[in-house]
Design a protein around this ligand. Sequence first.
Ligand SMILES: Cc1cc2nc3c(=O)[nH]c(=O)nc-3n(C[C@H](O)[C@H](O)[C@H](O)COP(=O)(O)O)c2cc1C
Length: 332
Amino acid sequence: MDLKTTYLGLELPHPFVVGASPIAARLDRVRLAEDAGAAAIVMNSLFEEQIIHHEEGLQKHVLSHEDSFAEATSYFPSADEFDLGPDEYLERIREIKQAVDIPVIASLNGTNLGTWTEYAKYMEEAGADALELNLYYQPRSAEESSEQVEGNFVEIVEKVRQSVKLPLAVKLSPFFSSLPNFIKRIEDKGANAAVIFNRFYQPDIDIENLEAVPSLKLSDSSELLLRLRWLAILSGRTQLDLAVTGGVHTAEDAIKAVMAGADCIQLVSTLLRHGLPQLTKLRNEMAQWMEEKEYDSLEQMKGSMSYQHAPNPEAIERANYLRILQSWDVEA
Ligand SMILES: Cc1cc2nc3c(=O)[nH]c(=O)nc-3n(C[C@H](O)[C@H](O)[C@H](O)COP(=O)(O)O)c2cc1C
């Protein structure tokens, strides 16, 4: 079965990629990922907080400092746990490039424009094949407009584009008033792919001890539905490559994502839960299913369930919405 796909200008033998996670934090795991047939690997992000820690020589736990990066808080390792300051991160890129042949996508999560552009350059020099910009910002002031927040994001993409030649993916949250418009804006500034979507590790509240409790739960397949909808809306309407991240656990999930329009499937939770051979299993099961259904290639299946291929998507969407609402009643 021809599962070939193109993502970020990289010719991949199939769409299954190891998503940003601690899997890239150890060379033995990276080798296992290659052995399992991963088409590429995204590194865990270098967070600006790590750069600051490094520069200030601090070793404090991430949860103890003011953060605007809610997603980062729960999986951002303390400097002493992972010992990945910016220099070590760049060294890790070089080591991974030497250790394996699969493409390596570095990941950056900054706060200041200067950091984004400076470290993007370093990552390019260290040999990364592409760069994933992990955009996340949580506005808290009523004075800050959505236009300003989005404008900052667009400027980050523009300036990073100007400073590196690397293919650029932008990992996004689902929280946009008009995602298609934002996607167009980053496409105009030179982004090459959108990664749909960042997943948030939302702190809970301990009501007895009056504490915020960080929680890191792995995903399940239900989280895929939001991604499917947006992939289906964007597919064919943007020149950006589309990667899915979040909720792909089975071959069926992966097939749905491709049908909705994904060029690349990033796996994390399922690999952390079942180990790296899970990637091989999903790839084989997808190929087998496609053979049974007489597909010739992944390309043939890609986007086949996108909104562009539905005759009247708005009508379908409205009609379904109404039907679902009307199907509920209160137990007597
Ligand atoms: C332990 C752990 C560490 C992660 N580290 C990062 C990271 O450094 N950068 C990033 O962009 N995403 C990170 N993520 C998010 C994943 O890349 C992915 O987007 C998310 O887990 C959803 O995919 P999944 O359902 O396959 O897990 C991490 C996730 C987990 C579970």
